[in-house]
Design a protein around this ligand. Structure first.
Ligand code: HGY
Ligand code: MN
Ligand code: MN
Length: 414
């Protein structure tokens, strides 16, 4: 009899926990607005810490609010095996993006405790601060600090659109921990996540065996024209910043269309003074370029930057543009990918290999520890949307494969 364990997670308990914690920032449309280090984030963090302590875990917090809950294993001298993701959401986020990864890990931990199963290595759950990058850019900020990509001071200095800093908010909610970022070690990390795209559902596959994450770059553009009266300013004499921005946004869309399967998006725009009878004088907008191949991403960047000057000249405006974030394409660790394959086949689920279109903390953690991801489907591939949806069965499958993969890896440590 192989030593394969048949620890079975409790899908109903996981589902109930997902629904229970959705109240922290729950929206009338059934989504979650739980911006990083907001009061809602504090409430779910406090809840998560209490649940992990109930399981006999120690809970540590580092200087940028990353949380680490650890259950001891046989080998006190061994670094933990981590399961991690994020509890912060988009402003109109769903119940599962990031949350399934943390609560699916909690379900795995609860199952280990229920069954009194002692692993070789300690087992850890990580909750990474500010994965979304919606309130404070860039995304994956604090897993990035943990991995040495950003300094702690840089993270503290990040301002939201109201000028509030991450550092001040961590202080305010009591999650500016005493541990230096990167000092709480683990030997591997598995991240469970909804796919946030349509592939698994379209192919009727339950598990995504994720091989890596595509390259991503974020830019900020400020277009400066001239505020003037919409009634008294002839069309030919305007310096309309919003018209220029609109043409730039179309050009950016064409950069994406011209480099498929790459993507190019503008998601945040501020029009000033935003008055119905003033020709806009200034527009700020963000650009998000992504592609699986960094060399093609370079070409997308060149094409994007080549498009702006002509539009500015034609519309009589000036502009500033800067790249504020680059996350190169990432390949995950082959031995952990094999554990995920074993975990899915042990549970009898269909699977397919795939790269991630969305960014994840795993992309940065892969720089400092062997890392990989597990995807499960979401309805219509919709995410970053209050209508984000998945099923009890799919969430259960993800948590089961996560547990199986972690135990598969742990058995290699015996
Ligand atoms: O931007 C992303 O892909 C992630 O949702 N932060
Ligand atoms: Mn996510
Ligand atoms: Mn997200």
């Amino acid at each position: 009899m192989t030593s394969k364990t048949n620890l079975t997670i409790n899908p109903q308990r996981l589902w109930d926990t997902l629904m229970e914690t959705a109240k922290f920032g729950g929206t009338p449309k059934g989504g979650i607005k739980r911006l990083t280090v907001s009061d809602e984030d504090k409430r779910v963090r406090d809840w998560f810490k209490a649940e992990c302590v109930k399981l006999g875990c120690t809970v540590e917090v580092d200087e940028v609010g990353n949380m680490f809950a650890t259950r001891p294993g046989k080998r006190k001298d061994m670094a933990p095996i981590a399961m991690g993701s994020h509890l912060d959401t988009q402003p109109t986020g769903g119940k599962f993006d990031g949350v399934l990864g943390v609560l699916g890990a909690l379900e795995a931990m609860r199952t280990l405790v229920d069954m009194g199963y002692e692993t070789n290595a300690p087992i850890m759950i990580a909750n990474w601060t500010n994965e979304e990058g919606s309130r404070f850019a860039p995304a994956m900020l604090c897993s990035g600090v943990y991995a040495g990509v950003f300094t702690t001071e840089f993270a503290y200095s990040r301002e939201d659109r109201q000028g509030i800093t991450l550092g001040a908010e961590l202080e305010r909610i009591g999650y500016k921990g005493k541990h230096k970022a990167g000092s709480i070690k683990f030997q591997a990390m598995f991240e469970l996540h909804i796919e946030q795209g349509p592939i698994l559902e379209a192919e009727n596959k339950m598990v995504g065996v994720v091989t890596g994450v595509q390259g991503m770059r974020w830019y900020e553009v400020t277009v400066t024209g001239q505020e003037s009266h919409t009634g008294a300013t002839p069309m030919g004499l305007r310096k309309n910043a919003l018209l220029a921005a609109a043409r730039m946004i179309e050009a950016i869309h064409q950069v994406g269309m011209g480099h498929l399967p790459g993507v190019a998006s503008v998601g945040l725009i501020e029009n000033r003074p935003n008055s119905r009878n003033v020709v806009p004088g200034e527009v700020f907008f963000t650009v998000d370029l992504r592609h699986p191949d960094d060399k093609v991403l370079d070409k997308m960047e060149v094409a994007f930057r080549a498009a702006l000057p002509k539009i500015a000249e034609d519309t009589g405006v000036s502009f500033e543009e800067k790249c504020i974030w680059t996350s190169p394409a990432v390949k995950f660790a082959a031995p952990l990918i094999e554990c995920v394959r074993n975990g899915a086949s042990q549970a009898g689920y269909t699977m397919r290999e795939m790269a991630s279109g969305a960014g994840h903390d795993a992309a940065y953690i892969a720089r400092v520890a062997p890392t990989t991801m597990i995807f499960v489907p979401c309805l219509g591939g919709i995410s970053h949307n209050e209508a984000e949806s998945t099923t009890l069965e799919e969430c259960g499958a993800g948590s089961q494969v996560l547990l199986n993969a972690v135990l598969d890896y742990d058995r290699t440590l015996a």
